[in-house]
Design a protein around this ligand. Structure first.
Ligand SMILES: [Zn+2]
Length: 266
């Protein structure tokens, strides 16, 4: 189901805008950037949501294969709410490494989805899987144009024609492992899509019990709303998602997020 509503969103984008949200675990994208993804979907962009793992450690009661199966279904259902396609790269929780095998998978995904804009984890985060995905994503975006990087795929996608614009979502909780606050550089007003973000997060029913027992997060949607409120406060919006742009050598320096979404980005 698509949420494209040209009346509500007059500035529809050309269909050539592909957005890839690449995160470590099912539900990360929903917490960190689903409001922004819904804004892009409503404007006609093609959205891909990918996770490195199927979330095999996210249960105290179900075995790994069962919870992986449940969580992939939850992630697919969530993606469907904005007409997005879900991809799982089938790595294991806590075993996401910066190595050749992982970079091959991530590079192949980046080439297949041919993104204009990529959203991923903060390079500094509370969890090493998240930080590793951030580094893998950075390398894949940088190297996806290089024809000599062979991913070993049976039917490899062609190299990209340009390095995509890369944005890092705020770290969960907005702090690094030493408790220091990480300030967003760019804020997106998600007031128009907060409800959709809530619906997407609510698809991850299996995580309610897990986050309560493991991280003392009592209620996922309420936690997400608190995060969106805090991010909004930084930028003068009611609800927001925060990002920082990768501006290192070789990456496009223009703020495409703002060019595409307009004044709801500060
Ligand atoms: Zn995660």
């Amino acid at each position: 189901m698509s949420v494209r509503t040209s009346k509500e969103y007059p500035n529809l984008m050309p269909n050539a805008v592909n957005v890839l949200a690449l995160f470590a675990h099912p539900d990360d994208a929903e917490f960190l950037c689903a409001g922004t993804l819904a804004l892009f979907a409503a404007r006609g962009a093609r959205i891909h949501i990918a996770t490195l793992t199927a979330g095999d450690c996210g249960s105290t009661t179900l075995p790994a294969a069962r919870i992986s199966n449940v969580r992939q279904k939850e992630a697919s259902r969530s993606a469907t709410l904005i007409g997005a396609q879900y991809h799982c790269l089938k790595s294991k929780d806590l075993l996401v490494f910066y190595d050749r095998a992982h970079l091959n998978k991530v590079m192949e995904l980046v080439r297949q989805t041919n993104p204009t804009l990529v959203l991923t984890h903060s390079p500094v985060d509370y969890m090493i899987d998240h930080e590793t995905v951030s580094r893998l994503c950075q390398s894949a975006c940088f190297g996806a144009m290089a024809p000599n990087f062979n991913t070993g795929a049976r039917r490899p996608a062609p190299p990209l024609k340009a390095v995509p614009h890369l944005y890092y979502a705020d770290a969960f909780g907005g702090r690094d492992i030493l408790g220091h606050r990480i300030k967003s550089g760019i804020s997106v007003d998600i007031s128009a899509t907060l409800k959709r973000k809530e619906e997407m997060l609510a698809c991850h029913e299996s995580q309610q019990a897990w986050l309560k027992s493991q991280q003392e997060i009592p209620e996922t949607v309420a936690t997400m709303r608190n995060m969106a409120k805090a991010a909004g406060k930084q930028a003068g919006f009611r609800w927001a998602e925060g990002f920082r742009q990768h501006l290192g050598q070789g990456f496009p320096p223009s703020n495409l997020l703002q060019e595409l979404l307009g004044s709801i980005v500060r």
